[in-house]
Design a protein around this ligand. Structure first.
Ligand code: PRP
Length: 219
């Protein structure tokens, strides 16, 4: 049997995904060993392989077929714009993509002024301002601690992920506009979806059933 290969975005999301997969009988004991330096883990019995990658690389592995299935945030999927199928919302890692800044920047947005927007997500920011809002802006790419930008005067606003909102609050910033809700999604390589249709469809169906049952319990 050919291995079905999964790539998971490193970190909390991977832990939550593995915990969810256990509910449908997909286990990978080896992967739980936090001290291991191994990069790839197999469950011979099930014919599954797993590896972890930096979130932004997950869609790349899946597009090229180095992994059949990936789990990654909607933010990364939107930003990377890779050719793949997004098949399931796993409902974990829920947060929002927002335009944030000091309250004083609200009027720049209302008046569609030519402002500077700092972000780790230039494609998402560009799509939002140019296509949805029809506002011309200057987009400045940063790689982290985006909230610093309006504080030190690099930009008027930022486009960033807001989860609890505490980073914003602690830095005197606020959500000015919401772009979209985010959560972890399962993505599938387009060729794998055909070649391994039976196995992949079974995983999707079982996860859907699990998610529905969990939702009913929580209602
Ligand atoms: C993310 C995001 C915000 C923060 C939001 O940053 O970019 O800074 O989390 O979370 P909160 O609303 O719960 O405060 P992350 O910690 O991933 O690191 P980064 O700043 O390097 O992007």
């Amino acid at each position: 049997m050919r291995y079905l290969t999964f790539v998971l975005a490193k970190g909390r999301l991977a832990d939550q995904t593995l915990a969810m997969f256990e509910n449908i009988g997909i286990h990978c004991e080896e992967m739980k060993d936090k001290h291991s330096r191994k990069l790839i883990f197999a469950n011979e019995e099930l014919g599954f392989r797993f590896f972890l990658a930096k979130a932004t690389d997950v869609p790349t592995y899946v597009e090229y077929g180095a992994a059949d299935i990936g789990v990654v945030g909607k933010d990364t999927i939107m930003e990377e714009g890779r050719r793949l199928y997004e098949v399931l919302d796993l409902g974990i890692g829920r947060c929002r993509m927002c335009v944030c800044g000091p309250e004083s920047a609200r009027e720049y947005l209302q008046h569609h002024e030519l402002i500077r927007v700092a972000t780790k997500y230039p494609a998402i920011a560009k799509d939002y301002f140019y296509n949805k809002k029809q506002q011309t802006v200057e987009i400045i790419k940063l790689n982290g601690s985006i909230e610093l930008a309006p504080i030190v005067g690099l930009s008027e606003v930022i486009v960033d992920i807001v989860e609890t909102g505490s980073t914003l609050r602690e830095n005197g910033l606020a959500v000015l506009e919401e772009i979209c809700p985010l959560s972890a999604r399962m993505v599938v390589n387009q060729v794998s979806m055909k070649r391994e249709n039976e196995r992949i469809s079974t995983i999707i169906r079982e996860l859907k059933t699990f998610l529905q049952a969990r939702q009913e319990v929580n209602q």
